[in-house]
Design a protein around this ligand. Structure first.
Ligand code: GAR
Length: 209
């Protein structure tokens, strides 16, 4: 199985989707560690409950972004992962860090990238009067929320939606497409080459799969 380290900052529902997939034998992965930059979050309990080593690297204890990223890289590499999965990891990463994991780090972002990079994506989609919204799994590059998309899922914006109801609709799709992208990566079907995402050796378009 492919060795995976998952980075989280919070609830860890995407982590849970990966744990469930692994436990059901649907994902050829071994989640070898979960690392959180915030102490006492629910995702850490999910890891412990699944018997996965869980570590906290509190970013507030580091003097600079560089110092935190250096410590984080050491912590990750100790587990020798083949894939690093950012699952609600709410930190901007330095180019040195992202370069080190290029082609072997995935992120999930709650919008139809390239739309709505950054924060508060659901409210911004509502404010813009979008009829459609969604979520993107992409390879991580130095450009924030800018790496090549691997898989995208769309959901409708419905009358009466607020940010919370829309986020819930998007999240149910996150729990489908993140395990799918991780599965394809672990099977060697999904990879990044020359800044493009490839699925079964075919370049994926701007919307991913
Ligand atoms: C997810 O909705 C994910 O898309 C989002 O954080 C949430 C984490 O939920 N990620 C970002 O906003 C990244 N900028 P989870 O902890 O329950 O998986």
């Amino acid at each position: 199985p492919t060795r995976v380290v998952v980075l989280i900052s919070g609830s860890g529902s995407n982590l849970q989707a990966l744990i469930d997939g692994q436990q059901r034998g649907q994902l050829p992965i071994d989640i070898v560690a979960v690392i959180s930059n915030r102490p006492a979050v629910r995702g850490l309990l999910r890891a412990e409950h699944a018997g996965i080593p869980a570590e906290v690297l509190d970013h507030t204890r580091y003097d600079s972004r560089e110092a935190f990223d250096t410590a984080l890289q050491e912590c990750i590499d100790h587990y020798r992962p083949e894939l690093v999965v950012l699952a609600g990891f709410m930190r901007i990463l330095t180019p040195t860090f992202t370069r080190h994991y290029e082609g072997r780090m995935l992120n999930i972002h709650p919008s139809l990238l390239p739309k709505y990079q950054g924060l508060h994506t659901h409210q911004r989609a509502l404010d813009a009067g979008e009829s459609e919204h969604g979520v993107t799994v992409h390879f991580v590059t130095a450009e924030l929320d800018g790496g090549p998309p691997a898989v995208q899922a769309r959901v409708p914006v419905l009358p009466g939606d607020d940010a919370e109801s829309l986020a819930a609709r998007v999240q149910s799709q996150e729990h489908v497409i993140y395990p799918l992208a991780v599965k394809w990566f672990a099977e060697g079907r999904l990879r990044m080459e020359s800044g493009r995402a490839l699925l079964n050796n075919e370049p994926l378009g701007p919307n991913g799969y």
